[in-house]
Design a binder for this molecule. Structure first.
Ligand SMILES: [Fe+2]
Length: 290
């Protein structure tokens, strides 16, 4: 059976992709952010996931305001990136895993999530930058991917409670997948930031810290916030915390925090990374015996 090894949540600011392209990760502005991934690399290289299921939001590359599904699941053999106008190099294509995608789609629809099915889907920086952070370099991607896009652009947006249930449904579906594979869940976006209007540049460290804490053992607590309240507290683009909630909620075992890092600012955004391990009963027995 498939096994969820953990959940990684990270920001996906386009400027991060620019820093990677220019090779300036060691410069003072960037170092506190990129250093936060050393422990992530160590864990990922040890755990070696076969597939990543990525909760992210599209910013206008594949979906635009005219047609914007609330939840969309990729079911393609390959996902391509394209120029979004940020001046970033176009990423090499990502291998898909259509058989897992269709399993997730069937399970989600049976679970009353009427998702949009995408047999062709371009993935934007919300998807490509976190993958580049996890696996730096230019070689072939060492994992297959399944993108799940959540609308955080065109209101009305799904609630935190709905995204939590989506994550739970995805988690149940993965653990029912018959193939013996290791699955890592990604949630990308946030943390607090606002790009436009009179509150442009808004950051709320206290609320970000609260979210990063509650996500570990008490994600349900975040569902008491309405989307309007999240936007008040985290900024209009800070609503991207919805993807973190979905990714956390896909975990099915005992959750343990492996690593976290929080850094302000990257391009007017509060950035964070949170790595949670999903311990199933057998792993707990091994850990207890050590
Ligand atoms: Fe974003």
């Amino acid at each position: 059976m498939a096994h969820i090894i953990g959940s990684l949540m990270t920001s996906h600011v386009p400027a991060i992709g620019g820093a990677i392209a220019r090779g300036v990760q060691g410069e003072p502005y960037w170092k506190p952010f990129f250093d936060g991934f050393d422990a992530v690399h160590e864990w990922v290289n040890h755990e070696r996931p076969d597939v990543v299921v990525v909760f992210y939001n599209d910013h206008g590359l594949n979906f635009f305001l005219d047609t914007l599904p609330t939840f969309a699941v990729g079911a393609a053999p390959e996902y391509r990136n394209a120029d979004e106008g940020w001046g970033l190099p176009v990423s090499r294509p990502f291998p898909g895993m259509p058989e897992l995608s269709w399993h997730l789609i069937e399970s989600l629809v049976a679970d009353e999530f009427d998702v949009t099915m995408c047999q062709e889907m371009r993935v934007d920086h919300g998807f490509t930058i976190p993958l580049s952070l996890l696996w730096p370099g230019k070689g072939p991607w060492p994992v297959k991917t399944v993108p799940i896009a959540i609308n955080t652009v065109q209101h009305p947006l799904p609630t935190a409670a709905r995204c939590l249930k989506l994550g739970q449904s995805v988690g149940r579906a993965i653990t029912a997948y018959p193939e013996d594979i290791k699955v890592l869940i990604l949630g990308t976006g946030g943390l607090s930031h606002q790009l436009d209007g009179t509150r442009a540049g808004f950051i709320n460290k206290e609320f970000d810290r609260l979210c990063m804490e509650k996500l570990v053992h008490e994600p349900l607590a975040l569902t008491r916030f309405s989307n309007r309240r999240i936007i008040e507290l985290a900024g209009s683009q800070g609503i991207e915390i919805l993807m973190w909630i979905a990714a956390r909620s896909a975990m099915t075992g005992r959750v343990e925090r492996i690593h976290s890092n929080y850094h302000i600012p990257i391009s007017n955004t509060a950035t964070g990374v949170l790595l949670l391990e999903n311990r199933v009963a057998a792993q707990d027995r091994v850990a207890a015996a050590k």
